[in-house]
Structures are given as C-alpha cells and as structure tokens.
Design a protein around this ligand. Structure first.
Ligand code: NAP
Ligand code: MG
Length: 494
C-alpha cells in the first residue's frame, strides 16, 4: 500500500481530515478513513487504556500496518462495565419509541457511510470488496433497521407477559464478519433496553471502532455502548465481569466451552454461536448448474471463514463425477487475490495463524489419501492467501471431513440413499447448518426435520435475513440471533 498522500482524485473530506488510506487506482478507490491510532470507547468518550499499550493492526491483503489499537486491561473493562451499568438506568426507562429512533439513526448513518465502511472492512479483514459492499455493510444496516422497528413492540414478543431488559450485556465477536457480527449483537441488545460492553476480535477491530464514531454522530447517550479492544485476556475479562447480566459469544467451540464452564452457576444468561461443519447435500434430481453455484458460494464465500459454510459436500453417487467435473471447471474461473479488486471472488485469509491452520489441515487431507484439486492461480507474494481447494474421495474418518477448516477448502463425500445422506450429515459434533438440493418438495420437508442443524437451506445456500433466527445445536452452541427468537434471548419475561 503506497504512502498516504493527497492526489487530485481525493475527495475534499479526505484532504480536510488526513489520516486516510489510499491505495492503487485500479481497485476500489474510496477512502476508508482509518485513524493512525485508536483508543477505547468508554462512556461515549475515547479513552487511553490504563496500560497505555497499543498493538498493530495489519491488513492481511499485504501485511501493511493499518492502525494501532488499544489493549484494554482489567481496569479498562471494569470502567466500561461501570459506564454501561450507570447508563442502563436511564436507557432502559427511555420511551421505547425513542430507543427505536436511535437505532433508526444508527442504521441510516451506516448507510450514509456504507462505502467507507466496506473499504475499511476489506482492508482490515481481507474479504472481497464486493462482499463487504454488497453483503456485510448493507446487512449490518438492515439489522439496525429491523430491530429499530421492534423497540416499541416488545410486548408482542410474549403477549400477556412483561418483557424486561436484562441489564448490561457483554459481547465478544469473531473476525470473520466483524461489522455484521457487531450489528447482530448490538442491535437486539439495545432494542430490548440493555446496555453493552463489546469486544471485537484482535485482528479486526477497525470497523467496530469506526462504528463508535457513528454512535457519537447518532448522539447515543454515553455508556449505552462501550467498545473495548484487545486480545483473548480482554475477552476473558469481558465474559467474567460481575456486572454482566448476559454474555453473547460468537467464535470457536473451544473458547465457547471454556466460557460455558466458567459461567456455570453464575446465573448469567449465555448464548453461544460456535463452529460448524455443514453438509451441503445434492440429489440426482437437483438443478445441477444452480446446485454447483450453491456449492461454490457455500464454501468460497468469505474465503470459507463462515461458521455455516457448506464445507462438506454430500453428492449422490450417480452424479458425483458430473458434479466434480463441473466444480473443477468453475474452480478455474474463481478469481483469487487482492480483495480490493472489485472482480475478486476469494480474497485474503484473515491472519497468518489461520493460514497456517488451513495449510496443516489440507496437508492432513493429502496425507490421508484424499485427492486434491486446486485452481491454477498465482497468488500475491505479500499477504495471506490460499488457493480455493477441492478434495474428492474423502471418507468420514478423515480430519478434513470432521474438523472445521474455516478456509476455502471443500471436502467431497458421496451417498446412495437419503437415509445415508442424513446419517452422514448428522455424524459430526456440530449442528449449525445444512443445505438440500432436490426437485422434490416432500424430500426437502422430510430431511429438514431429520437434519440436526439450526438452519437448513433448500435449493439455496448462505441466505441471511434479520427476520430469520440463526444458531445451532450440539457443539455449534445454543440460543438464537435474529428474528423474534434472537430478541427474546436479550430479555427476561415477568
Ligand atoms: P476465538 O479464539 O474463539 O475468538 C473469537 C473471539 O473470542 C475473539 O474476539 C477472541 O479474541 C475472543 N476470545 C479468545 N479467547 C477468549 C476467552 N478465553 N474468553 C473470551 N473471549 C475470548 O476464535 P479464533 O481463534 O479467532 O478462531 C479459531 C477458530 O474458531 C477458527 O479457525 C474457526 O474454526 C472458529 N471460528 C468460528 C467462528 C464462528 O463464526 N462461529 C468465528 C471465528 C472463528 P481475540 O481474537 O482478540 O483473541
Ligand atoms: Mg486486521
């Protein structure tokens, strides 16, 4: 990334405020307005961490430094909880329609600054700009619009009962959809009358901090939302703080289990959205070209950094060869590389540790005897990249069929009968999502009840909507986000 310098193409705002990132002309060229250094957002103000420590945030696109992010320690997290606790008294008593107005305002401000947020999200996290522009940012705004509408309709969540907020909610989010996970967490919490302490992931804090500036623009009362950045100790401090009435966590199953153990007996409400190893099931009567697009989208969307990714393809034996041939052709047309290029389909892997994890699991697939197929693209020299990969001839016992790879790697297995498909699909510790591709409506309905997955898509994949609850079974977690069910998880019924 070239140095920050003014050019004639820069808009006036960029020249006025400085501290902006500029990149080469061909790719997306809107400014991201990323500050050189960020402090913590506590009680409506930017606050220096007590330790005075900051860490570098780099772009996985080219490993260049984007910003310095504050490292919150125990006393900073405590200050955030104290502010949220104080703010709860007045926020929870605000006329519900007024809470809704703040949420509408936040949604509209996100829309106004959509392009800037999309660029920042792509630079910080590595996802293709077309995805942050067309999916992450508009969906984040949609979650605020949806929950704004609920704020004054809470009694309809549970007719005959009194619907009350919980208090201060501690929220910890992952790096795969940084702004969108923030919206999934903050919008329902505020609509229900709670206040928030949120910790973004260490590698992707920037859009959460930019979001704090939206809260300031929206004039949200101080302390209603506090954003504390840092690494896993900061996350642990957020989940164990005595003032938290509820913890909402999205991330790995290992950390989710630790949180569940740690909070056992505390009386705190907990929702966990963890990993997955979804089966995308293709029957021989499916519309094949559409199914192939669904398979490609199901695994390569966001480089496969998706908890509900269709990472296991279960294809009926009679069409397995045809589907593999079509997938191999499609693999060649997937553009992999600079996520700022508007034509890129598969961008950068979020971090070096994640890239190492993907490489190790792919190596295990090769060692276990599965057949690997990769697109013949040359990848950028700098940054973290991994070629979209298919494995055929996979068996259920191999690690690539069992473990969440969280990268652009698809494991292909076959089945003969619907019963075998269900059996294989459910044979995993996870239970987050699944896909079914068939012409028969009756088969869809039957299988949807048999699959142990919180979300089942039929003849489509990775479709999201704020009205629709999302969440898992088994080691994929519990509780729902989105829809009426997600909102109920931020309330208590009296
Ligand atoms: P992770 O460690 O679970 O991180 C998720 C969030 O929890 C981050 O904000 C993280 O902070 C924080 N955290 C870490 N340890 C914590 C603790 N003891 N207490 C409270 N918060 C804590 O996930 P990861 O290491 O980034 O990714 C590892 C694997 O998790 C991936 O390969 C993937 O399989 C899975 N994953 C799943 C999802 C999902 O959407 N379900 C999302 C991301 C990852 P820091 O990032 O600052 O350490
Ligand atoms: Mg980053």
């Amino acid at each position: 990334m070239p140095a920050k310098k003014a050019t004639s193409r820069q808009p006036a705002r960029e020249l006025l405020f400085g501290n902006l990132w500029e990149y080469d002309p061909a790719p997306e060229s809107a400014p991201a307005f990323i500050d050189a250094k960020y402090n913590l957002f506590i009680n409506g103000k930017w606050t220096t961490p007590k330790s005075r420590k900051h860490f570098d945030s780099i772009s996985p696109r080219n490993e260049e430094k984007l910003s310095e992010i504050a490292h919150a320690g125990l006393s900073d997290v405590d200050a955030a909880y104290q502010a949220a606790s104080k703010a709860f008294t007045s926020w929870s008593k605000l006329p519900p329609a007024d809470r809704g107005k703040y949420l509408f305002r936040i949604a509209r401000l996100l829309q106004d600054r959509a392009r800037e947020f999309a660029v920042a999200e792509t630079l910080d996290g590595g996802k293709p700009i077309k995805e942050s522009r067309d999916f992450d940012v508009p969906m984040a705004a949609a979650h605020f619009f949806y929950h704004a509408g609920w704020a004054d309709k809470l009694p309809y969540l549970a007719p005959g009962r009194r619907v009350e907020p919980l208090g201060v909610v501690g929220q910890v989010i992952p790096w795969n959809f940084p702004l969108l996970m923030l919206a999934w967490k903050i919008a329902p919490a505020l609509a229900a009358g709670n206040t928030v302490v949120l910790k973004p992931a260490e590698t992707t804090s920037i859009t959460a901090l930019k979001f704090a500036s939206i809260l300031q623009e929206a004039d949200l009362p101080p302390g209603v939302v506090n954003i504390v950045t840092g690494a896993r100790e900061t996350g642990a401090a957020v989940v164990t703080h005595p003032l938290a009435a509820k913890i909402a966590f999205t991330g790995s199953t290992a950390v989710g289990k630790w949180i569940q153990h740690t909070l056992a007996g505390s009386g705190k409400k907990l929702t966990l959205e963890l990993g997955g190893k979804a089966a995308n099931i293709i029957f021989d009567d499916a519309p094949l070209d559409q199914a192939v697009e669904g398979i490609i989208n199901g695994i390569f969307f966001n480089q496969g950094h998706v908890c509900c990714a269709g990472s296991r393809l279960l294809v009926q034996e009679s069409i397995a060869e045809t589907v593999l041939a079509k997938l191999k052709v499609r693999l060649k047309s997937l553009r992999t590389g600079d996520p700022m290029d508007k034509n890129t389909d598969v961008g950068a892997i979020n971090s070096k540790p994640q890239l190492d994890k993907i490489r190790a699991l792919v190596q295990s697939g090769i060692d276990d005897g599965a057949e690997i197929h990769q697109a013949p693209w040359s990848l950028p020299n700098k940054g973290f990249y991994f070629a979209p990969t298919l494995f055929s001839g996979v068996t259920m016992s191999q690690r690539i069929a069992q473990e969440e790879i969280f990268g652009p790697v698809l494991s292909i297995l076959t089945f003969r009968t619907p019963e075998e498909a269900v059996e294989k699909a459910n044979n995993t510790p996870y239970g987050l999502s699944a896909g079914i591709w068939t012409d028969k409506g009756s088969r869809i309905l039957k299988m949807a009840t048999e699959l142990k997955a919180g979300v089942v898509w039929a003849n489509t994949y990775n479709k999201f909507d704020p009205t629709s609850p999302f969440g898992g079974f088994k080691e994929s977690g519990f509780g729902r986000e989105g829809g009426k069910q997600g909102l109920l998880d931020y309330t208590t019924l009296a």
